[in-house]
Design a protein around this ligand. Sequence first.
Ligand code: HXC
Length: 257
Amino acid sequence: MSLRYIHTEINESVALVRIERHEVLNALNLHLMNELVGELARLDADDSVRCMVVTGGPKAFAAGADILEMADATVVEMKQRNQFQVWDRLRQVRKPVIAAVNGFALGGGCELAMACDMIVAGEDAKFGQPEVKLGVMPGAGGTQRLTRLIGKNRALEMLLTGRPISADDALNMGLVNRVVPAETCVQEALSLAYEIAKQAPIAVQMIKEAANKALDVDLQTGMELERNAFYLLFATEDRSEGMKAFLDKRKPVFRGR
Ligand code: HXC
């Protein structure tokens, strides 16, 4: 099925998903978000895919929710739109998703990058939550994920001034995994994805789930969840293969079973 704003290429178990609404700096309208999350859900269910990279264009990863679409909306219309449902679906994706960010990642664009599991940033990337300047606030996790990632005081400075930060500052604060030359950003994110795609897929998904839980639950609950997932992996063929390959001094072949 051909999508209007989303273009996907799959290579060696890695899907590269591009957001293409460049004329408005990839402003995230409802149609685009539905397409994007629908595509990620489809790839999540596709056994030939093990890891995904989401990227935008050279000038913008995404400059936020589409302001034009919200400008005249009433409270009732906003509630009826239920636009955050699609963001909840994004959280259900079980395979790792890496954001490759060049240019602006503002408002919903920054929230989208943070909703991914890792962020590779081009050196020209700018991250910010400028909603306060529009008289609103983040609605897709900006106050929650940013605070968890960089701490309350630094998050509040960004949230209350709306001022964006540079890629280097984002790296120093722990918002992004690495900063690379802008032109290599997508390639670097893909290299990381290929490395992850070589690992045992069920272990990868369980590790993602457990790490995400670490942000939600107390330590003891998290430790128990981790331990049970660890035991569960002993039921997989990939666990036998991984350990046998080590003892045989050869590379494992993981099949996701
Ligand atoms: C709709 C947008 C847009 C947006 C840019 N455009 N961002 N349209 N919604 N979020 C459009 C512009 O209107 C313009 O269209 C074209 O993209 C190019 O943008 P310019 O402003 O001309 O480019 P530039 O001068 O380089 O400035 C870039 C920018 C600026 C700094 C990123 O565009 C900007 O401040 N954008 C808004 C950022 C923002 O406030 N985001 C938060 C949105 S609220 P025309 O037709 O004039 O060429 C939000 C809430 C999230 O995200 C809630 C949960 C989803």
